[in-house]
Design a protein around this ligand. Structure first.
Ligand SMILES: Nc1ncnc2c1ncn2[C@@H]1O[C@H](COP(=O)(O)OP(=O)(O)OP(=O)(O)O)[C@@H](O)[C@H]1O
Ligand SMILES: Nc1ncnc2c1ncn2[C@@H]1O[C@H](COP(=O)(O)OP(=O)(O)OP(=O)(O)O)[C@@H](O)[C@H]1O
Ligand SMILES: [Mg+2]
Ligand SMILES: [Mg+2]
Lengths: 257, 257
């Protein structure tokens, strides 16, 4: 079971879009994939599940982390075979203070996932909020790998050094097996800026940058309002092609081209 | 003095880009503008000031909020007349926990700005991080108005109801004068999605949506890597035209067209 945290404290760089569509791409290849929405905004939950039925309070990752409920009791099946979701909940916004005095507050998710056993899923993706607070730390402590979603623009690139330092600290103090699984270039445009940032990042990270780049494609931005991942919404779009190629590259560990 | 918090917990929607370029647009009209970088990522600081000289530790908004230093001692002049910045600092990331047991932790910025007196600046913009935690709460408690930067896409629109509720709570419990100054449509594309979201938001917020829309323009994304706002980097670009029109609309309170 590969547990992968999708992180970047820079906002709006395609963390949720990548978690959903890469997850769906791997499920379409026959893998069993669990997506955990660690973001109080709940965009991944919105995208694949929509609102909880009126008056009900479906279990969420809040129950897993704060109440200690088992993961398998909190997951919801999507319409796609092999793709399940542990939803977010607005109460997650208060987790930082709710858990401030809890011993081992940074490893609550790690221990919850440990109960699953090593073969429950092939992939677990942890979609993180745009910060390096307690929720992202829980994801980094629970993960084997980090995927950095990176919009190829100036501000997103500037944030990489702070992100590197945080990953390094988590590896040294909490999770020695944590490694950089790869950098996913997202929202790639045919502009000079995109090319310059890509070259600079590739110079620094080398082959840890996935060969597959996810191009800007409006179908990817439309899909959430239809409650579908890209393969159900626009299977012939460039967005579907890019995430299918990325799924192949992630699975086979080499360039998908 | 108009104190304006630029907020949206959704990441990457143009909060920083709007704070910098609307601020610069107003300074070019002869106004005295202060920009305060409330985001630990420090993108506004990166954009206009770059790195602090090696080995020095310039004062920051951390000193204002946590150490109680006067604002005027922490501000830095930019190259643009009338445009000053209170920089961010990485330590801000720890503010939520540093201040957890401080009485009145949500109004520290409000009290610091109160010391400035009503005529120190014409405009003060508070660039917020992509969350509704303590730093954004400080901004909402200190502000007279809220500008919501809104990318015209699905996830950004979904976040509006949670943002409304937070603004309402702050108004009722901490800052009775807080009002919605306006919604700035950013990263506007000539797509059906952009149009549909704009229409839906206009239907809900009516004339509280600024008439001026900021179109997607790569010059706006290039400007930060040159350390310049749009008027110095690409004065003839659509980005400069849009932020100049927005500055006029903000100042004159009516449509700039
Ligand atoms: N390749 C793409 N092409 C077009 N639109 C995209 C692409 N990737 C993401 N988007 C859109 O860009 C916006 C930001 O993406 P997304 O919400 O996935 O980023 P995020 O990093 O998860 O944001 P946050 O930091 O708020 O969690 C969304 O409106 C999304 O639909
Ligand atoms: N109108 C625009 N045209 C082109 N690029 C833009 C525009 N507005 C913002 N950008 C770019 O989009 C990205 C997101 O914008 P920005 O960083 O200002 O958003 P933000 O809401 O401040 O993000 P965060 O939530 O991380 O603080 C940046 O790379 C910025 O340069
Ligand atoms: Mg997200
Ligand atoms: Mg910003």
């Amino acid at each position: 079971m590969r547990v992968i945290a999708v992180v970047n404290q820079k906002g709006g760089v395609g963390k949720t879009t990548t978690s959903v569509n890469l997850g769906a791409g791997l499920a379409r290849r026959g893998r069993r994939v669990l997506l955990i929405d660690m973001d109080p905004q709940g965009n991944l939950t919105d995208h694949l599940l929509g609102d909880a039925p009126e008056g009900t309070d479906r279990p969420s990752v809040y129950d897993v982390i704060v109440e200690g409920k088992p993961v398998l009791e909190c997951l919801v099946e999507t319409g796609t075979p092999g793709l399940s979701v542990v939803p977010s909940h607005e109460d997650m916004a208060g987790a930082e203070l709710d858990l401030a005095s809890v011993i081992g507050r940074e490893v609550l998710l790690r221990d919850a996932l440990a109960e699953l056993g090593p073969d429950a899923f092939d992939y677990v993706f942890l979609d993180c909020p745009p910060s390096l607070g307690l929720l992202s730390l829980n994801a980094l402590a629970a993960a084997d790998e980090v995927f950095i979603a990176l919009q190829t623009e100036f501000f997103a690139m500037r944030g990489l050094s702070a992100l590197d330092r945080t990953i390094d600290l988590v590896r040294r103090r909490i999770n020695p097996r944590l490694r950089l699984g790869g950098i996913v270039a997202t929202l790639v445009d045919p502009t000079r800026l995109s090319r310059e940032v890509t070259e600079e990042v590739r110079g620094h990270y080398g082959d840890r940058m996935f060969t597959t780049k996810v191009r800007t494609n409006v179908r990817l931005a439309e899909a959430p309002s239809h409650g579908k991942h890209i393969f159900d919404y626009a299977p012939d779009s460039p967005g579907a092609a890019d995430y299918a190629a990325l799924a192949q590259e992630v699975e086979e560990g080499r360039s998908a081209l």
